[in-house]
Design a binder for this molecule. Structure first.
Ligand code: PFF
Length: 472
């Protein structure tokens, strides 16, 4: 174990363990549920292309920034900011709050997934009548008791893994669930691609029609990169804090977005060709997963089995994300309040479960309660966390690493200001950030580009989404 690690805090057992856990956090309902329907609604290939560009520019940059802060400080999201500059601790608090809020509604949707595994296994939705399936879905989420029961079950699964700690909990399960998810999604994709008429879906998904690229498409792709890569709330700071000092951060920061994107693409190729093959609308919106897909499965040879496989893989994806959301909160309480992991996990998971109850009820009995911009409780909590706290966290992260921490390092390494040109200053600045990222160990050739992205391009781009998210 690394000499700098606080005893009992935990550390990843291997690099691959870390990559799978971090990719597990990234791969989730964002990939399986949101990505295909956003692509469907925003011009298919056009959306996918824009998503790629933003992923390269913003996704990779912020991923590296978060992991760097975490690994350097070996602390939770709040502690990490505070250790580098005490007055910045509040930025980490926004992240922990975001994790708490996101998990409260994420778990409700995770519960719906468990319910749909049961429905698929018992043949409950064996019909291709979309209207009937729509009614069935609405009736289910509107009922008071059953969705809360499944939400509780989902939280229990999350708690059961996080309580085991880093190596025996999060890493162990990520190493099982992630490869299993991958095999299952490939299976569903093959089934989908071999249907008659599947190629129309592939064309729609992969052929970019440049005329479809509008401001809305760009903004929704940017928001999706954020949510999908688990960025902006200190999740990757927390996971990075369990890394040993000799891990190559730039390399890991490349793998995680790559795996996340691969799964988003596989999900698109598993879902859209089947939707086209059976002539369902591709722009069905959030109902695509719970209404259109069951209809597609019922028409498909071996559809019953495919339904069970699909919702099981969705559950695996959701659980490897929910454990990272819970870990952000648990890690803070363990580090700063010195609670045991067991006590922290049980108490926080219970609070999140309770917080999720109004979210669940807001789909039915409490649907009249509107909090923000006429949105129900679940949508309001999602809005505050995803559209306000995540982008804000992202902008502040860029400012912090490039303008606060980076500048201080420059001051440390440069002895005098005399006779310094802008160029020498810029080179020193780049060196300082390079040193931060690698803790002086790995030669990272793209550092100057990264410095430009983190200082200028990423914060400006995210500011646009943030403003759009608030005022749209
Ligand atoms: N990345 C997850 C998904 O795509 O479903 C959601 C998520 C997990 C967001 C963890 C933020 C986070 F910190």
């Amino acid at each position: 174990m690394d000499a700098n690690v606080t005893p009992g805090r935990g550390q990843w057992g291997s690099k691959i363990g870390f990559i799978l856990a971090a990719a597990g956090s990234a791969v989730g309902l964002g990939n399986l549920w949101k990505f295909p329907f956003l692509a469907g609604q925003n011009g298919g290939g056009a959306f996918v292309l824009v998503y790629f560009v933003i992923l390269l520019v913003v996704g990779f940059t912020l991923m590296m920034a978060e992991i760097t802060i975490g690994r350097h400080t070996q602390l939770n999201a709040i502690g990490a900011y505070r250790k580098i500059k005490p007055s910045w601790g509040w930025v980490g608090s926004l992240g922990v709050l975001a994790g708490f809020l996101i998990l409260s509604f994420y778990s409700v949707i995770g519960g719906w997934i468990i319910a749909y595994i049961v429905k698929a296994a018992t043949g409950t939705f064996n019909t291709s009548d979309v209207k009937m399936l729509g009614d069935m879905f609405t009736q289910f989420i509107q009922s008071a008791g059953t969705p809360i029961f499944y939400h509780g079950l989902f939280m229990l699964m999350t708690l059961g893994i996080v309580i085991g700690g880093i190596q025996q909990g999060i890493e162990k399960y990520s190493k099982i669930l992630m490869p299993a998810l991958f095999v299952m999604i490939v299976l569903v994709m093959i089934r989908s691609l071999t249907l008659d008429g599947a190629m129309a879906g592939v064309k729609f998904f992969l052929n970019p029609d440049f005329s479809k690229i509008t401001g809305t498409v760009i903004l929704s792709a940017l928001g999706q990169v954020f949510f999908s890569l688990s960025l902006g709330m200190g999740c990757m700071i927390t996971y990075g804090s369990y890394l040993s000092k000799d891990t190559n951060i730039p390399e890991c920061s490349l793998y995680i977005p790559l795996i996340d994107t691969a799964v988003a693409l596989l999900a698109g190729l598993a879902i859209l060709p089947a939707v086209f093959a059976f002539n369902f609308p591709a722009d069905a919106g959030p109902g695509l997963l719970f209404i259109t897909l069951p209809a597609v499965f019922s028409k498909m040879p071996m559809g019953g089995l495919m339904g069970v496989v699909f919702f099981t893989l969705a559950l695996f994806a959701a659980v490897t994300s929910s454990i990272s959301l819970l870990e952000v909160c648990v890690s803070y309480v363990v580090d700063e309040w010195k609670w045991t992991r067991k006590k922290a996990t049980v108490i926080i998971a219970t609070l999140i479960f309770l917080m999720g109850i109004p979210c669940s009820l807001s789909q039915g009995p409490w649907s009249e309660i509107k909090l923000i911009k006429g949105k129900c409780i679940l949508d309001s909590v999602d809005f505050i966390a995803s559209n306000v706290l995540l982008p804000l966290g992202g902008i502040l992260l860029c400012i912090f690493i490039a303008w606060v921490w980076g500048l201080r390092r420059v001051q440390k390494i440069s002895k005098t200001d005399e006779g310094k040109t802008i160029i020498t200053w810029a080179l020193e600045y780049t060196d300082a950030l390079k040193e931060i990222t690698n803790d002086g160990q790995v030669n990272f050739a793209l550092a100057p580009i990264w410095v430009f992205l983190i200082k200028w391009l990423a914060p400006v781009a995210i500011t646009i989404v943030f403003i759009q998210g608030i005022f749209s």
